[in-house]
Design a protein around this ligand. Structure first.
Ligand SMILES: Cc1ncc(COP(=O)(O)O)c(C=O)c1O
Length: 377
């Protein structure tokens, strides 16, 4: 198939990583256009054209920033722009923990409110924690889809808890959620949300996207020192002029424009339903596998809190995650190993971006055969 990485060869395999994910050839090819001046009028036209499509993905009427960085850059923007007192980091896996790591390294006071990897951050626990010390925190960070565990946090309900407190903002990592699951930035009352190009947007890596509320911008104006490259006030000012703060990775913007047209053509609702259908299939496959083998295969995330873009499957003790991933790779398919401390005991299937249920079916069929081989050893 021509959209396989490696130009149809299986050298890189079919790519079901939980990011980066496969990019369709027409999107890759859109980058092969001449470079233009980033302060010129053609760039402004290009940038203005991106806004409606990006706004729909975030569920916002506010400007969406396009940052030439990976998503971590905008995580750092949240930490360095939005707190002048103390941050409460809701942690349920590796990526949500990164907000706290950034706070530690950039010298911002922060605490972790942690649940076991594989569990969601729940509103009641957050409400309790905030009630223990009213006014202690001025920013809560949370991940929407925790890519390391496949958990989808109840962001709308968590934001409702935050909105019950004066002078408290909420920043959301939507890296593996935006464009793969419903996001309503304005309606949910979020203050900052970010994502990256290489996940459910199915673009090459290298861009990040963010939205800030009016409250967030007021806060940023009070915070000093902030950050030079990741200054939200500069992003906002430039976005309103259909510009970027600095020289952007321009050719990726061409790919973005093409991909937003493709997303529009499919329809956002249909895109989200395709993701939900792939997730349901991955869950059903895991359940059927457990029944058929009598072994302990299970979806790591509890029902009701499962990400539509990534499924982490807990393996029975006799299987080793990296061995299974390596065996599948020999059959030409790439999936994710478990992340960090979950590496030996889980595998992760990234069903996001432009993948289809038919492609997922092919992957699961191959995985069935590989599992049979591994289990009969
Ligand atoms: C949920 C989440 N947050 C943050 C990141 C970091 O993104 P990046 O590598 O683009 O900086 C990732 C990457 O996998 C992620 O999945």
């Amino acid at each position: 198939m021509s959209h396989r990485p490696g130009g149809g060869e299986l050298a890189y395999g079919r790519f079901f990583l939980p990011g980066p994910t496969e990019v369709r050839p027409e999107v890759l090819e859109a980058q092969a256009r001449p470079v233009i001046a980033h302060r010129g009028s053609a760039m402004k036209v290009l940038m203005a054209g991106l806004q409606p499509g990006l706004g729909r993905l975030f569920g916002t009427d506010r400007p969406v920033y396009v940052s030439t960085s990976s998503a971590t850059g905008l995580m750092e923007a949240a930490v360095t722009n939005l707190s002048r007192r103390r941050i409460l980091c809701l942690v349920c896996g590796a990526f949500s923990g990164r907000f706290h790591d950034i706070a530690a390294l950039t010298g911002r006071p922060a605490d972790r409110l942690e649940v076991e990897w594989g569990s969601p951050n729940l509103p009641d626990r957050v409400a309790e924690k905030l009630a223990e010390a009213p006014g202690r925190y001025d920013l809560v960070t949370v991940v929407h889809s925790e890519t390391s565990t496949g958990v989808l946090n109840p962001v709308a309900r968590l934001a409702e808890v935050v909105r019950g407190h004066d002078d408290l903002l909420v920043a959301v990592d939507g890296v593996s959620s935006v464009a793969g699951t419903e996001v309503r930035f304005d309606e949910w009352g979020l203050d900052f949300m970010l994502t990256g190009s290489q996940k459910a947007l199915a673009l090459p890596p290298g861009l990040a996207f963010g939205v800030a509320s009016g409250r967030a911008l007021e806060r940023a104006a009070e915070v000093s020192p902030r950050s030079y490259y990741f200054d939200l006030l500069d992003f906002e000012r430039r976005a309103r002029q259909h510009q970027t703060p600095n020289t952007p990775a321009l050719t990726l913007f061409y790919a973005l424009a093409r991909q937003l047209q493709r997303i529009d053509a499919e329809g956002l609702e249909a895109r989200l339903e395709r993701h939900a259908a792939m997730a349901r299939r991955a869950h059903a496959w895991t359940g059927a596998l457990a029944t058929r083998t009598g072994l302990d295969f299970e979806v790591l995330a509890p029902e009701g809190y499962r990400s539509p873009t990534v499924t982490a499957v807990r393996l029975p003790e006799r299987l080793v995650g990296p061995d299974l991933v390596a065996a599948l790779r020999r059959h030409g398919w790439v999936i994710g190993s478990g992340y960090g401390k979950l590496a030996p005991s889980t595998i992760r299937i990234g069903h996001m971006g432009d993948h289809t249920p038919a492609e997922l079916e092919e992957l699961l069929g191959t995985l069935d055969r590989v599992l049979q081989e591994e289990l009969s050893r």
